[in-house]
Design a protein. Structure first.
Length: 263
């Protein structure tokens, strides 16, 4: 039987198809190897970036630790040195008061004792602001409440404290804590001097990371001429420097001050 030879054109076509498939396979292989190398390169870059960020974070934490240690050192030094000095000054002034007979000298010594007491109070406020263990909402609210109760202790003004804060351990850094306290102190001082109020409500609220402190009195309110007074301007400036909000809410009686900041 005669052997049938394949058509040369068909052989060339089959050979060309085989070559084309091999070429396509080679291209696919090259692309896969390239993508794999690219993925490895990207992962290495990400790891390097994460490592770099970790190094920066460790440095920042170290700086924060040193700042905290320095705050604690200053706090202890002030308590030991300045506190002891003020106490000694008060004792010496009281001793002198017992010795002198002239009334005008006794009055001068009384002024000295009053000044030393004010210095002692200011020092305690600074020690409180420096102590890093107080950097949370719970300690802040407690300190403001104790200050308000002590401030109006010898008056007929009744203090009402309301706390709507479910997470009192929420961090409140020293800058916010000190400025909010100074605003509360200024507001309470204004109530004592100008409002003739019988009741003062202090309301603390924390909702969606928004911390609010409201101070409300039932006094005579605020005269139009006092809306731009130094006290209110100081409070407004302190809160604005913290990127917070200070508002005087409308009130039928007395004054309603609102201090807000996003934590």
């Amino acid at each position: 039987m005669a052997q049938i030879l394949p058509d040369p054109v068909l052989l060339v076509l089959i050979f060309a198809i085989i070559i084309l498939l091999m070429f396509v396979g080679f291209i696919i292989l090259v692309v896969m190897v390239y993508k794999k190398k690219q993925a490895v390169f990207i992962n290495e870059k990400l790891l390097q970036e994460i490592e770099h960020r970790n190094v920066i974070l460790e440095k920042e934490l170290e700086i924060q630790k040193k700042i905290q240690e320095e705050r604690e050192r200053i706090s202890h030094d002030m308590h030991d040195d300045l506190g002891a000095g003020i106490s000694a000054l008060k004792l010496q002034a009281e001793f002198l008061k017992q010795k002198v007979g002239e009334q005008h000298l006794k009055e001068d010594i009384d002024d000295l004792l009053k000044t030393s007491e004010e210095m002692n109070l200011s020092m305690r406020e600074m020690l409180w602001s420096l102590n890093s263990s107080n950097d949370n909402l719970g300690n802040f609210m407690q300190y403001v409440s104790l200050y308000a109760e002590s401030f109006f202790k010898k008056t007929d003004v009744k203090i009402n404290i309301t706390r709507k804060v479910e997470l009192p351990d929420t961090k409140l850094n020293a800058e916010i804590r000190r400025n909010f306290f100074l605003c509360a102190k200024e507001a309470l001082n204004n109530v004592y001097k100008h409002s003739k109020a019988q009741n003062v409500d202090i309301l603390f609220t924390l909702k969606d990371h928004l911390f609010t402190m409201e101070i409300i009195d039932d006094g005579v309110g605020l005269e139009e001429s006092l809306t731009s007074g130094n006290g209110l301007n100081n409070m407004r400036r302190r809160i604005q420097n913290l990127c917070g909000l200070f508002v005087i809410k409308p009130s039928e009686k007395g004054l309603h001050l609102v201090f807000e900041i996003k934590l």
